[in-house]
Each structure stands twice: as structure tokens, then as C-alpha cells.
Design a protein around this ligand. Structure first.
Ligand code: FCB
Length: 481
């Protein structure tokens, strides 16, 4: 279902081709920009949520964050210094379209204009995400993602953004991780807007996917023609890699449920234009249904030029009732069980093998769609040495093992074309505030000084040596290292 030839490799608008494997770093607007109320930007749900007592660690918020809005030229130089091909960043919807409706805000757009130009000057491919969780507050007040209208508002915003940046930005991601928007935002309430209603969460899933489809149509229609560089439209998911704890019927059924609600609920409508029947049955058993209207699934299943995969861990799933703990609402037991593996500072188990298996599986079940790992990385409790250096062997090992896992997936035939490290720099980690550091560049929040960590130096060196190898006959760019 791709609209581009499978052999197409990323080309920079006016820049050099970037080979057959794309290396990048990623961030998102609310996590780094700061300048929360400057130049006409209005509040997003994260500005509101982070002010709710107890919602975010330490009462932190993104008012200043990494002050990237004011330090953008320095940060682009930093990105260039890492030797990456591409920078994945998100646009702040309330900066571009205050209040989520109506005309564009020229001052807000001007920031992204300068960012894109600066990236291109450095030969870095801009890879834009339209929505990384910062819904304009007014749209939440009007019902948020559980309301169908939000999907239409999103499509309008997408068209505005394409109109302003599409002459230079050719890689467009509609949504980042709709699972998080829907489940953490509307079911568990751990993320903005902090609502707790499973029915709302399911409605949000459908309207996020509908918003993706509507936006994909409008992006393609509004894209300035450039025969040398077609526009690419895709989506980034944090699909669930679910592994039965034991090879028993109960654990296999539980892993099937976890995979259904965490992966296929998104990938099946996006790619095949239908929701998975087993998931709909599970939901019906709870008395829940998705608010699907005629024609929605055709809209959702727009051709995907790529699928972005964000991967941090795998989930070992148990369906055993032996521990006697019921699931909430009397649902069948579907419980992630820690396996005693090494963990990151998020307590996420480190499972590189899961990334290989997951990529191979996505490639098998949804063939013909190039895959990009759009986020992978780890939080650890970094220490700055007296000499100012940040030596982070844990993060370096994590990156190396997962990049190797990508190479293994490629060797097994999966069409994986790129890898973005999360994150360029330490930033506002949502409910954890500034307490969790994912950067390959350290940020001192007192001074806003940036220091490339050992992991960042390793990443730069790895990219350099893989380019050298790929220039020679032999192993491919993502191999070894
Ligand atoms: C992903 C988010 C990203 C960051 C990482 C750690 O779910 O897309 O913003 O929080 O997790």
C-alpha cells in the first residue's frame, strides 16, 4: 500500500542523499521548547495538566523546558555535530494555530520556518510529527479526542502546517503514539488531560485514527509538487510486543489480548481498513464499542509511506488467575509480569531481542510498508563527573544492543530503513518531569548548558563507521558496530 517505490531512499530537499539507512535523533515540542506563552502560543492540555497538584513529579512543567525555542540555532549545531542524517521533531499545535481553530499564527510558524531552514543548511533532513500530545486546551474543553470533531480540527491544522512548511519538509508523521494519547490521557489519567473513562479512551482511539486518515488526505492534497522529492506520510505507534510468560493456553490467550489492544487495534485499521474481530469481541463483552461511522475505516486506511515504531521494552503477559488478583471490571486476567531482567531508570525491562522479533512480525503481517524505528533509548540516573563529562555506559550499551537488534531484523528480511535515538537531549519526561533523563546530550537545567554524553559520542562514532562500511561492498549500514 505504499505510494512510493520500495527502493526509494530519503533524499534531502536540495541536499545529499542519505544512503540506504537513515540515522537520526528525536524530540518533541512540549518536552523541549519552553516559551510556553510567547509569540501567541496558547495553552495545550499539558500546560493545564502539569498545574494539577500531584499530576507531574515535583510539580514540574514545560514552561521553560530546554529553552529550545530561544536556543534553536545552537541546538541544530549540536545535532549536526552528532553526524545524524535526520532530526525528528514535533510541531506545537497551539503555537501554530492558537486555540486549535482558525488561521495560522505567523509568529509561531516563523519559528519552525527558521528551524527547517537551519536544518537544511546543515544538510539535515527535517522529519516532522504533527501531534506529539499537546492538544490545544480549547479543543479538550470542547470534548477532546473522545469527540469526533477533534479529528476534523486536526486535519485543518495539518493542512496549515503543510502549506507553510511542505516546500521543504517532505517527511510527515501525523500522530505520535495514539495509544498513549487515548489510554494514558483518557483511561488511566496518568497523562494530560487526566480523564479516567474507558469508554472515552476507546472513542479517543477511533477519533485519533480518523484524524490520522483525514490529515493524511489533506497533507497529500496540500503538498507542493516536487517530482524529485515526493511527500511521505506515515504514523508512529508504540505497539505492544507481547510475549506469553509460559506456553500455556491461558498465557497465550492473554498475550493475544494484549497484542490485540496494544498493536492490532491500531495497525489493522490503518493498514487493512478493519478493526480486529477478536478485540471487538473482547470489548463487546465489556459492553464497549467503537463509535465507527460509515466510511470511517476507508478514511483511516490511507496509504502509509512508512510506519514509525517506538520501542523501549517488551511485555511478558500472564493470563493465570493463580495469584488470585482479579483484573479491574472483571475482565480476563491480562497481566504484565516482570521477568527479573535488567531495567532502566523507568523500571522498564531491557529486551533488545523483542525489538528484532517485533520488527520482523510487523513486516510479516503488514508487508510493503517501510519501517523506521522513530524512538528508542533509555533513562538512567546519570552522574556528571568532576571534569564535567557524563559517562553513561548503561545507555551506551542499551543503544548498541538495540541497534544490533535492528540489524538482526534487517538480516531476517524486515524492511527497516532508519533508527532515531530518543532523545537528542534530556527533557520534560511527561509525568516524570525532569526527573528522568533520556538524552544522549545532558542538559543542566540551571544554566541550560548542553554536554554530549559518552552515549552521544558513541552514537556519532557508530554512525560514522556504519557509513564507511556501507560505502564498501559488504555489511549493510545498520550492521554491527
Ligand atoms: C515515548 C514518547 C516520548 C518519550 C519516550 C520516553 O512514549 O513518545 O515523548 O516520553 O516515550
Amino acid at each position: 500500500m505504499t505510494t512510493t517505490a520500495p527502493s526509494a531512499v530519503p533524499q534531502q530537499a536540495g541536499g545529499r542523499p542519505v544512503g540506504d539507512f537513515l540515522w537520526g535523533v528525536a524530540t518533541s515540542a512540549y518536552q523541549i521548547e519552553g516559551a510556553a506563552f510567547e509569540d501567541g502560543r496558547t495553552a495545550s492540555i499539558w500546560d493545564t495538566f502539569s498545574r494539577v497538584p500531584g499530576a507531574v513529579f515535583g510539580g514540574h512543567n514545560g514552561d521553560t523546558a530546554c529553552d529550545h525555542y530561544h536556543r534553536m540555532p545552537e541546538d541544530v549545531a549540536l545535532i549536526a555535530g552528532l553526524g545524524v542524517d535526520s532530526y525528528r521533531f514535533s510541531l506545537s499545535w497551539p503555537r501554530i494555530q492558537p486555540g486549535g481553530r482558525g488561521p495560522a499564527n505567523a509568529a509561531g510558524l516563523a519559528f519552525y520556518d527558521r528551524l527547517v531552514d537551519r536544518l537544511l543548511e546543515h544538510g539535515i533532513l527535517p522529519w516532522v510529527t504533527l501531534y506529539h500530545w499537546d492538544l490545544p486546551q480549547e479543543l479538550e474543553d470542547a470534548g477532546g479526542w473522545p469527540a469526533r470533531d477533534t479529528a476534523h480540527r486536526f486535519a485543518d491544522y495539518a493542512e496549515l502546517a503543510m502549506g507553510a512548511l511542505g516546500d521543504r519538509v517532505r517527511w510527515w508523521t501525523t500522530l505520535n503514539e495514539p495509544w498513549c494519547s487515548a489510554v494514558l490521557g483518557y483511561e488511566t489519567g496518568r497523562h494530560a488531560p487526566g480523564r479516567q473513562d474507558r469508554g472515552d479512551s476507546l472513542a479517543a482511539v477511533h477519533h485519533l485514527l480518523l484524524g490520522h486518515g483525514l490529515a493524511a488526505q489533506r497533507l497529500r492534497a496540500a503538498a507542493p509538487a516536487d517530482p524529485a522529492e515526493p511527500v511521505r506520510v506515515g504514523i508512529t505507534l508504540n505497539t505492544t510486543h507481547a510475549i506469553p510468560v509460559e506456553d500455556t493456553p491461558a498465557d497465550r490467550a492473554a498475550a493475544r489480548r494484549a497484542d490485540g489492544i496494544g498493536t492490532r487495534l491500531y495497525t489493522d485499521p490503518l493498514v487493512h481498513g478493519r478493526y480486529p474481530a477478536d478485540v471487538l469481541d473482547d470489548l463487546a463483552a465489556e459492553g464497549l464499542r467503537l463509535p465507527v461511522r460509515e466510511g470511517d475505516l476507508e478514511t483511516i486506511a490511507q496509504p502509509l509511506d512508512f510506519l514509525g515504531v517506538n520501542y523501549y521494552t517488551s511485555h511478558y503477559i500472564s493470563g493465570s488467575e493463580a495469584d488470585g488478583l482479579p483484573e479491574p471490571d472483571g475482565r480476563p486476567v491480562t497481566r504484565p509480569v516482570p521477568q527479573g531482567l535488567p531495567v532502566t531508570a523507568m523500571d522498564w525491562e531491557i529486551v533488545p531481542r523483542g525489538l528484532t522479533d517485533h520488527l520482523v512480525r510487523l513486516d510479516r503481517d503488514y508487508p510493503g510498508i517501510p519501517l523506521y524505528v522513530t524512538e528508542n533509548g533509555a533513562a538512567f540516573d546519570d552522574r556528571t563527573a568532576p571534569d564535567g563529562d557524563v559517562r553513561d555506559p548503561d545507555r551506551t550499551a542499551y543503544l548498541a544492543e538495540h541497534i544490533e537488534a535492528v540489524a538482526a531484523a534487517r538480516a531476517a528480511g524486515a524492511d527497516v530503513r532508519g533508527y532515531f535515538a530518543w532523545s537528542l537531549m534530556d527533557n520534560f519526561e511527561w509525568g516524570y518531569g525532569y526527573d528522568k533523563r533520556f538524552g544522549i546530550v545532558h542538559v543542566d537545567y540551571e544554566t541550560q548548558r548542553r554536554t554530549v554524553k559518552q552515549s552521544g559520542r558513541w552514537f556519532r562514532e557508530h554512525i560514522r563507521s556504519s557509513r564507511e562500511q556501507s560505502a564498501e561492498p559488504g555489511p549493510s549500514a545498520a550492521d554491527g558496530g
